[in-house]
Design a protein around this ligand. Structure first.
Ligand code: DLL
Length: 433
């Protein structure tokens, strides 16, 4: 094996993982209680002292932390190390309210790079690969995270960042990129652009590491077929470090959470009750190896399921499902819960490209949900009556999936703005709060 796979950690026994977690949790709780007044106050208010936390079994005694806490404590309120020991800041791409900033010591960066290196190795990466990083660089964690991981693996790293599709494709061909890292929506766009130029024979890609936004199995198949690669999911969030909190292996049946660094729980988003493995609920993380910005029981709002069944790859770390939506971006339309991923599934099943937008509005106190879907060029040249029939077919399929009536409008190819980062799938025009 080349130089970065860590079987002694990634395939450790459950007892060993548990022992690491117990010890690291105790140390982290002491660290934040001593150094972060915000935590001290929260724990004091709940009547929990660091001595009450002796193992993972005591985790439930700690209060949850939410994005609101991070916003309240902005910018330095949750910092657990002197600023002079920090070497990096990253930030979420949130567009509303105060941004969330995360801090890293050099040690934190090293561990984060390790996590991303594991993800690249799990996708078949070695030091002989050319890793093409088209996630955004800068405050967003995608570019810096995969860049650091690629260095650790020893691969040749192309820090492309997002945008300039022409140049992306040119470099991909000229420099023989073998692993593409970007959002799945940008991967779909790149695949489309490569096909339009008839350049599919000139690319040498073998794998893609795609994450940062929800994407369906159907979209995975589409990207895999168009680029002739295996497409791996990667998950993470700025608050917990960035990409690489979990990643897919060759089994492609969920993402292994780096449990030597993060403890995962699933809770009922309404009651906060911890749910057993296999039940669907909100994912909560406790980071147990971080110095500058360790978060205890952070509520991600991502709805997932955990699975501890043995994996064919030999890794023993728990797997999380693809997020099935967020407890806070779930749309409630006419009183019905709607996940954008359900709409995507219908579209992909019916052979539409992944270029769509969901517009929710309210007229005369009645909710309306409209889905704009780009036609393929072949459909666009079809007769109007056939286009109407296709719209009707989609309306029926959405009704079957969601249980509500959805207005579907087929629009011209390329009329929905393309994304170089995360796609804006939902425009909610209602004023709900
Ligand atoms: O998106 C970190 C990242 C970068 C992950 C590159 C993977 C690849 P944030 O901008 O803080 O961080 O957004 C975090 O994005 O809570 C999820 O809701 C969503 N998300 C991240 N990865 C996935 C994924 C980065 N693979 C938020 N599938 C998270 C679905 C994802 N949603």
């Amino acid at each position: 094996m080349p130089n970065y796979y860590q079987p002694e950690i990634e395939c450790a026994s459950r007892e060993q993982i548990r022992a690491w977690q117990d010890e690291r949790l105790v140390n982290t709780v002491r660290h934040v209680y001593k150094n972060v007044p915000y935590y001290r106050e929260m724990m004091d208010q709940k009547g929990v002292s660091p001595d009450d936390i002796r193992s993972v079994d005591d985790l439930h005694k700690l209060p949850f932390l939410t994005k609101d806490d991070l916003r309240n404590a902005y910018p330095y309120g949750l910092l657990a190390m002197p600023l002079s020991d920090c070497v990096r800041i990253q930030s979420t791409s949130g567009t509303t309210g105060r941004r969330v900033v995360a801090f890293y010591t050099q040690h934190d960066i090293d561990l984060w790079d390790d996590c991303c290196a594991r993800a690249i190795m799990a996708a078949g990466g070695t030091k002989d690969d050319v890793v093409h990083v088209s996630y955004g660089y800068g405050l967003f964690t995608g570019g810096p995270g995969l860049n650091g991981g690629s260095h650790k693996v020893g691969s040749l790293t192309l820090p492309m960042s997002s945008g300039n599709t022409e140049r992306q494709i040119q470099f991909m061909c000229d420099l023989g990129s073998t692993i593409l890292c970007c959002t799945p929506s940008y991967a779909a766009y790149l695949a489309e652009s490569i096909h339009e130029r008839g350049m599919q024979d000139q690319i040498k890609l073998k794998a893609g590491i795609f994450g940062a936004e929800a994407w369906s199995e159907e979209m995975r198949q589409d990207i895999q077929n168009k680029l002739g690669i295996k497409a791996y999911d990667i998950y993470g969030l700025t608050e917990i470090s960035g990409p690489g909190v979990s990643f897919e292996c060759s089994d492609q049946t969920g993402m292994h959470i780096n449990e030597d660094h993060f403890i995962a729980e699933i809770i009922d988003p309404n009651t906060g009750e911890v749910l057993p493995d296999g039940e669907k609920g909100e994912l909560v993380f406790t980071s147990i190896t971080k110095e500058a910005f360790p978060l205890l029981r952070y509520r991600t709002r991502d709805i997932c399921v955990l699975n501890r069944e043995p994996c064919s790859c030999g890794r023993t770390h728990v797997k999380m499902s693809k997020p099935m939506g967020r407890s806070d971006d779930m749309l409630i339309v006419k009183g019905v819960n709607v996940f954008p991923s359900q709409i995507e599934t219908v579209l992909m099943n019916k052979g539409y490209p992944a270029n769509y937008q969901i517009i929710v509005s309210r007229e005369n106190n009645s909710d309306k949900i409209e889905v704009l879907v780009e036609m393929t060029p072949e459909m666009f040249s079809d007769e109007l009556s056939r286009v109407s029939a296709k719209e009707k077919e989609l309306v029926d399929a959405m009704k079957a999936m969601l249980g509500i009536y959805v207005v579907v409008k087929l629009v011209a190819p390329k009329s929905i703005a393309r994304s170089e980062g995360k796609a804006v799938r939902v425009v909610d025009k209602r004023k709900l709060y």
